[in-house]
Design a protein around this ligand. Sequence first.
Ligand code: GDP
Ligand code: CA
Length: 344
Amino acid sequence: MRITVLAGGVGGARFVRGVREEARRRWPDGQGGSEASAVDVIVNTGDDLWLAGVRLMPDFDSLLYALAGVNDTERGWGRAGETERVAAELSEWGVGWPWFTLGDLDLGTHLARTSWLRDGLTPTQVGERLQGRWPLGVRLRPATDTEVDTHVLVQDPDAAGASDAPTVELHFQEWWTRYRASLPALEFRQRNLDVARPAPGVAEAIADADVVLVAPSNPVVSIGTILTIPGIREALAATSAPVVGVSPIIGGAVVRGMADACLSAIGVETDAAAVARHYGARSAGGLLDGWLVAEEDAAEVEGLRAHGFAARAVPLWMRDLDTSAALAGEAFDLARELRADRGR
Ligand code: GDP
Ligand code: CA
């Protein structure tokens, strides 16, 4: 069973942990010649940035740390047991962003990555080295090796609300972390899209999959940024695997984070059905065959089916490994039914 997941950082990591767990339960490798499973994760690279001389890949690292079990579960991001001695020194030097703390352990990752990039390795090759340290049981793939860092067009915050304030482009991380997504986003812009292409193995992971899952990640700045890389949408349209997505919106609200600020910026309501329509039904040229909404949103299922989505209401809260695995199981079940329907 070849499973390919499109994912952002923290929400993506919760889901992928569940996918890995449920795949292990259903397809225990090499036992009695039974079918094995392989999980490929196509990771958002729109959040990536250069800061203090090093390359950061926040979503990749969130997945890496969470799947390796070295993440800080209390804080929700970064490494467990983190310290910030280097960050204090950097701030004395005036290097980096005072609102964006780089932990010491985390900086070790960034230094290793930057060193390998300088040696000429691609982000994909660097990602392989990073994963070599811990047996993750899944393969993380940056969506692209091109630097497609997302920028956000806003009215200049220093022009203090004047109606004719000029616009400026902030790096996504500045908009998200410094301003907590509170400056109305006029547009999300990714760099280098004209030359970007999927990283090696990404289109193949989509084409060769038995099921493609869209994690309950931010639909705009995590999944949306993966989809804008030329070639990825085409690969998704062409794959024979069913594409099943999971809503990050429950009962008209984001579960965690500020995805609503991103959705409103592109004119999409913070609503599970609205996000599905934004992705589009594959039968009508869009992304999704199936869409899982929360039980709280069961009333939306019928309308979604009328729009061409194989929709289903299931428990969508990922509280722990078991609830995440159960959610992955619902996605596997829906995909199996879609495959069986197609076989008829
Ligand atoms: P980020 O890159 O770290 O911001 O994380 P992602 O883009 O992968 O995921 C953020 C999204 O995950 C948010 O929009 C949340 O609504 C969603 N999310 C977080 N926890 C849960 C959960 O338990 N269930 C569901 N369905 N969505 C969740
Ligand atoms: Ca992210």
